[in-house]
Design a protein around this ligand. Structure first.
Ligand SMILES: NC(=O)c1ccc[n+]([C@@H]2O[C@H](COP(=O)([O-])OP(=O)(O)OC[C@H]3O[C@@H](n4cnc5c(N)ncnc54)[C@H](OP(=O)(O)O)[C@@H]3O)[C@@H](O)[C@H]2O)c1
Length: 268
């Protein structure tokens, strides 16, 4: 059955491969990007490759919270206009290297990788139904979150900020996933596999990296397949190809609660 799927960071890397895979399966893909030129080129290329493709584009720089709000508002309006629900949200967009601090004085790596997907998910809950899914993109790189850094008061290296932001998204995924377990949507976090050959990996590590389709395949399965139907709050590690315990902090309900309280206070 045709599903409606919002995919952030659809303009490059694993996101782009995921968009292609979903369109090849006949789904409607809401393509998010931060560059209008890249989004336009993407839509033209995808329509050429998949003539029956159903796509819509949405622009937002996810390091800017007001643009996250506008993105959510536009998706909500389009869903209402078409009397549709969002079947899947894939929070894929991510950054490794520090760009500038945000206008809110926050670390843009935490904003793009952790805070924006949290805000987007919360704002889209009204159109995410009982059987909908939220797939949050995590990583094998996970380390304990410095809450002072999350609120923008401590500077971190790229590798530290990346690993902390990825544990943070894994922590709120577990928290929200367990909270919504019986009512939906299903929230799960996924490490797509380490060192897949995207521009992020090439820039950060100077290597070609592995086949991006490996990451796209697991995102599609997490979004749609029965393998993930009981995965609320779980973490799937595609380095080992199975559900696995995340970093120990994400199994600590008190720490997860503290992290979510901090996210809520930032957004307030
Ligand atoms: N590659 C790996 O081995 C690997 C391993 C573990 C986890 N991951 C995760 O997988 C996800 C996809 O990464 P990738 O490897 O495919 O990297 P990528 O090729 O660099 O793609 C990242 C995507 O996020 C978008 N993005 C970055 N900053 C943004 C911002 N401020 N606002 C809106 N969109 C923004 C990019 O947009 P532009 O096209 O405009 O740059 C691009 O579409 C990330 O969450 C990453 O952390 C990757």
């Amino acid at each position: 059955m045709n599903k409606t799927i919002l995919l952030t960071g659809a303009t490059d890397g694993i996101g782009l491969e995921t968009a292609k895979m979903l369109l090849a399966q006949g789904h409607t893909v809401l393509l998010h990007g931060r560059s209008q030129a890249k989004l336009n080129a993407l839509q033209v290329a995808l329509t050429e490759q998949y003539p029956n493709a159903s796509t819509h584009t949405y622009i937002a720089d996810l390091s800017d919270m007001s643009q996250v709000q506008t993105l959510a508002k536009n998706v909500l309006a389009d869903m209402a206009e078409n009397n549709n629900q969002l079947d899947v949200l894939i929070n894929n967009a991510g950054v490794y290297q520090l760009v500038d601090a945000t206008i809110d004085g926050l670390d843009a790596r935490f904003v793009v990788n952790t805070i924006a997907p949290y805000l987007l998910t919360k704002l889209l809950l009204p159109v995410l139904g009982h059987d909908s899914r939220v797939v949050n993109v995590s990583s094998a790189a996970q380390s304990s979150v410095n809450l002072n850094a999350l609120i923008g008061n401590t500077e971190l290296s790229d590798s530290a900020a990346y690993a902390q932001s990825k544990l943070a998204i894994t922590m709120w995924s577990r928290h929200l996933g367990l909270e919504l377990k019986d009512i939906g949507p299903l929230v799960v976090s996924v490490n797509p596999k380490s060192l897949l050959g995207s521009k992020m990996v090439k820039d950060a590590y100077g290597i070609d990296g592995g086949d991006l389709k490996i990451g796209a395949d697991i995102f599609c399965r997490a979004a749609l397949s029965d393998e993930f139907k009981d995965a609320a709050g779980l973490y799937f590690d595609n380095d080992t190809g199975r559900f696995a315990p995340p970093h120990v902090d994400a199994l600590d309900n008190a720490k997860n609660q503290q992290l979510v309280d901090t996210l809520d206070s930032i957004l307030a």
